[in-house]
Design a protein around this ligand. Structure first.
Ligand code: ATP
Ligand code: MN
Length: 466
C-alpha cells in the first residue's frame, strides 16, 4: 500500500530546501502553459501570494487528465520537490500523480485575464478571493486583526464583548437599523399612534449598535483598560468610498487616561500595527505596492518615521482660512470639518498625520469632557493622508452634574442612560477612549481606494448580496 503523504502548504514548500522527497499540494490553478512535452501549472492555495510551479511530463499522464486541467480548477498534486530549471522560482514540483477535485470551464470562468476592474470584481465577490489582489488584502486583514489583539493583550487590556443589539440610541453617532420581530405587515400601534414595542421580542425598541463605547466605559471603570473589536452598523445613506453600513470598529477605553494619554496610545497603536504588517506581510505588501498603489510602502514608512502633528480645532480653522482655494463646504469656527478640509490639512498643509483636539462642543457627542472655556470639548480626531478621519475619540466627562446637565441640554433620553450616569455617581474616574475604523486603516495599509474592497462582503445602501 502507498504511504500517505501529509499535505504541504505552498508557502512552506517555497521556503523549504530541496529534499528530493515526495510532497503533496492542493490548490487552484492560476495558469496552465503547454510546451512540447511538458505542461506547466501555476498553483495557488491561499497560503501565500506566490504560486508553486508544477511540471507534468505529457507522456506520463493520460491525455484527458492534463486537458481537463484549466485556470480556476482545483487539483491535488503529488511529486518531487526539485530545484527549478526555469527562472522566477527556486523550487518546483515534478508531478507524479494529479487528482482533479473540480474542473473549471475555461470559456465561462470569470477570472481569466488580469486587469478586471474593482467594480466588476465586486459583482463576483464569491470569486474575487482568488485574485492576487484580494488574496493579499484578506491575508493582511487577518494579520491586522491578529496584531490588534496582540497589541492590547501585551499591554494588559481586556477584550470586552459589547452587545450588537442595543436598546439605547443615545450614542448620536449615526442613523440606526431597527431590530424587530414584529410583523411588518401589521405593526401594533398604541393610543398615540406610535409603534407599540411592548409585544416585540425584547419588549422595547432595539437597534443594531453604532458603537460599543458606552458599554465599553462601564467595563473600563472596573477592569481598568478594555477594548472592543466588533461590527458596528450605520444606516446613513453615505455612498462614499470611505463609508460602509456594516463596518468593524476597535474601541479601547481606559480608566485614568487623560486626552494626552489617549493621543499617545492612538499614535503608538497605529504605528505598531503598521510596523507589524510591514514585518509580517512583506510579500503581499510588495504586490500591492507595485500593482495597486505605487508608493504604498514609502507611505507606511513615512507614518512610522514621523510624529503625528497635534493641533487644536481652532488652529485647523485658521490654517483652512489661510488657504488660497475655494471650498465646497464653508470653513467657519463652529462648523464641522468635511473630508475636503481634513485631507487638505493632512496632505497639503501639514503633510503628515494630524491629531485635531478641542472641537466646539456643539459638533461633538454629549459624553465628551468639557474644557474650562465653556466652548470646546476634549475631543481628538486622527486624520490620515488619503483617508481623512481614521480615529475619533475623547476624554469622557466624568463629572456627574456636568454630564447630566449636557444630557438635559441636548434633550437626550435621560431615563435610558441611567446606568451610564450611575458610573459617575459611584466611584467615577477620569477616563478616555477612541474608535478606530478597521476598514479605514485597511484602506491606508493596503492602498486600496474603495472601502468596499477591504471587507469580504460589503454592506452599502441598496447592496447586501453574498
Ligand atoms: P465620518 O465623519 O468619516 O463619517 P464619524 O465621525 O461618523 O466619521 P465616528 O462616529 O467617530 O466617525 O466613528 C469612529 C471611527 O469609525 C471613524 O473615525 C472611522 O474610522 C470609522 N467610521 C465611521 N463611520 C464609518 C462608516 N460608515 N464606515 C466605515 N468606517 C466608519
Ligand atoms: Mn459618520
Amino acid at each position: 500500500m502507498k504511504k500517505e503523504i501529509r499535505r504541504s502548504k505552498v508557502k512552506e514548500l517555497l521556503n523549504s530546501e530541496v529534499t528530493g522527497k515526495d510532497v503533496l499540494v492542493k490548490g487552484w490553478v492560476r495558469t496552465k502553459r503547454e510546451s512540447r512535452n511538458v505542461v506547466f501549472i501555476a498553483l495557488n492555495d491561499g497560503s501565500t501570494i506566490n504560486n508553486i510551479q508544477i511540471v507534468a511530463e505529457t507522456s506520463e499522464f493520460p491525455e484527458n487528465l492534463l486537458r481537463d486541467i484549466s485556470t480556476g480548477g482545483c487539483i491535488a498534486v503529488t511529486g518531487k520537490l526539485v530545484e527549478s530549471q526555469g527562472k522566477g522560482q527556486k523550487v518546483e514540483i515534478s508531478a507524479s500523480a494529479i487528482e482533479i477535485y473540480g474542473k473549471s470551464d475555461p470559456e465561462s470562468y470569470p477570472l481569466q485575464k488580469k486587469g478586471h476592474s474593482m467594480e466588476f470584481l465586486r459583482e463576483i465577490a464569491h470569486l474575487r478571493f482568488r485574485t492576487n489582489t484580494f488574496g493579499a488584502v484578506f491575508r493582511i486583514r487577518h494579520t491586522l486583526a491578529y496584531a490588534i489583539h496582540k497589541y492590547f493583550n501585551d499591554k494588559g487590556f481586556y477584550y470586552l464583548h459589547t452587545p450588537i443589539i442595543t436598546g439605547s440610541d443615545c450614542e448620536g453617532a449615526g442613523e440606526m437599523f431597527h431590530v424587530t420581530t414584529l410583523d411588518l405587515k401589521n405593526i401594533p400601534l398604541d393610543e398615540k399612534g406610535e409603534v407599540d414595542f411592548s409585544n416585540d421580542f425584547f419588549g422595547t425598541e432595539t437597534n443594531l449598535t453604532v458603537s460599543g463605547q458606552l458599554e465599553g466605559e462601564l467595563g473600563a471603570l472596573a477592569l481598568g483598560e478594555i477594548y472592543t473589536f466588533g461590527p458596528t452598523f450605520r444606516a446613513e445613506n453615505s455612498n462614499t468610498p470611505r463609508h460602509l453600513a456594516e463596518f468593524w470598529m476597535i474601541e479601547p477605553e481606559m480608566a485614568f487616561y487623560d486626552i494626552k494619554d489617549n493621543m499617545d496610545l492612538a499614535e503608538d497603536f497605529v504605528k505598531y500595527l503598521i510596523r507589524y504588517i510591514l514585518e509580517n506581510c512583506s510579500d503581499d505588501l510588495a504586490f500591492l505596492n507595485s500593482n495597486i498603489y505605487k508608493g504604498l510602502i514609502d507611505r507606511l514608512n513615512f507614518v512610522l518615521e514621523n510624529e503625528f502633528r497635534r493641533i487644536t480645532y481652532t488652529e485647523a480653522i485658521e490654517a483652512l482660512l489661510s488657504a488660497e482655494r475655494k471650498w465646497e463646504f464653508p470653513v467657519e469656527w463652529g462648523r464641522d470639518l468635511q473630508a475636503e478640509h481634513e485631507r487638505y490639512l493632512v496632505e497639503q498643509y501639514y503633510k503628515c498625520p494630524v491629531i485635531i483636539t478641542d472641537y466646539p462642543k456643539e459638533i461633538k457627542a454629549f459624553y465628551m469632557k468639557q474644557n474650562d472655556d465653556g466652548k470646546t470639548v476634549k475631543a481628538m480626531d486622527v486624520l490620515f493622508p488619503g483617508i481623512g478621519e481614521i480615529i475619533g475619540g475623547s476624554q469622557r466627562e466624568e463629572d456627574y452634574e456636568k454630564l447630566l446637565a449636557r444630557i438635559r441640554e441636548l434633550k437626550l433620553p435621560e431615563k435610558d442612560l441611567w446606568w451610564y450616569l450611575e458610573t459617575r455617581k459611584f466611584g467615577t474616574a477620569p477616563h478616555s477612549g477612541f474608535g478606530l475604523g478597521f476598514e479605514r486603516l485597511m484602506l491606508f495599509i493596503t492602498g486600496m481606494s474603495n472601502i468596499r474592497d477591504v471587507i469580504p462582503f460589503p454592506r452599502t445602501p441598496k447592496n447586501a448580496e453574498f
